[in-house]
Ligand binder design. Sequence first.
Ligand code: DAH
Length: 352
Amino acid sequence: MTNISGKIKELVKTAKKEVAVGDLERLEKLRVKFLGRKSELTKILKSLKDLSVEEKKKIGPVANEARIKINELIETKKEELLAEIDRQKNWIDVTAPGKKKYLGKLNLISQVQREIEEIFTKMGFEIADGPEIEDEWHNFSALNVPKDHPARDMQDTFWLESGNSQDEAEHNERKTFLPRTHTSNAQIRYMETHQPPFKIIVPGRCFRNEASDSTHEHTFHQFEALVVGDDISVANFKDIAQKFFAKFFGIEDLKVRLRPSYFPFTEPSFEFDISCTVCGGDGCKACKGGGWLEIGGAGMVNQRVFEASGYSKDKYQGFAWGFGLERLAMMKYQVDDIRLFADGDLRFVRQF
Ligand code: DAH
């Protein structure tokens, strides 16, 4: 029977060798191979009953010990493998290619707003502010745009329900609110609390109830300018505007042009153009051959606006403009659709 004992020892030896290498899957196969129902060892254990009592006493313990030993070998190896898997989970491959991390960026509109603010600050202007939710008085009436005047239709308005009574007798234009349709409201707000002389710009968000397309958005930005003093003239306006646009576009000999227009808050009123920033005025696709680019509305402040702000009539003179920030950003950075600014596509934001 010693050959049975020898066989058992041999089995343990083989198991020790085989268990030493491989992964969890192989280990489970080895468990079946060495300890399973059809394994050598199980067969030996089953055959014990056919042996003599003496032999049983000898071989029984050897076989049982072998079973325990092999089981131990497998369990120890399993623990090792599991520990290794755990270690690999926390392992950093320093040779792996890096993933690009993007820092947050300012939207192009904010960047352009800062560029503009910097240029005007250097020219001695103050940067002022006004509310985005405004009352009817400051957005319209004080700017010489009374209710039922056709000029009201120049700007499609989102009216807020709050205070917006349809009943004529109850109507109070200082308690009827709207998201401002332009930054011109800030003219009144500023003049109510400041005395001339002053020069300010007011960049800010505006809102209009209109369908969007590549050049129109319901939410957009303007920057208002207001310069008031004893003897401010159209010449001052042209000079300051020329200096600003020359700096903004980096074109020293940039030309400016005024065309007559109408705004209730200015008299006289102008449409303001600059020489084409692409061709310099010779005519190209960007200026549709004309050599000029339209910038926006401007004019000499209407005395009625001064009066509405609490100044005496004919005491001061000033000029004002309200230009679209998106339009300037689109011209300078060649953006062909205004909707790109706010649609949240990071590929657009990251370009600038
Ligand atoms: N508020 C006008 C608009 O949004 C633009 C404008 C025109 C502003 C002439 C002005 C101005 O200050 O003088 O259409």
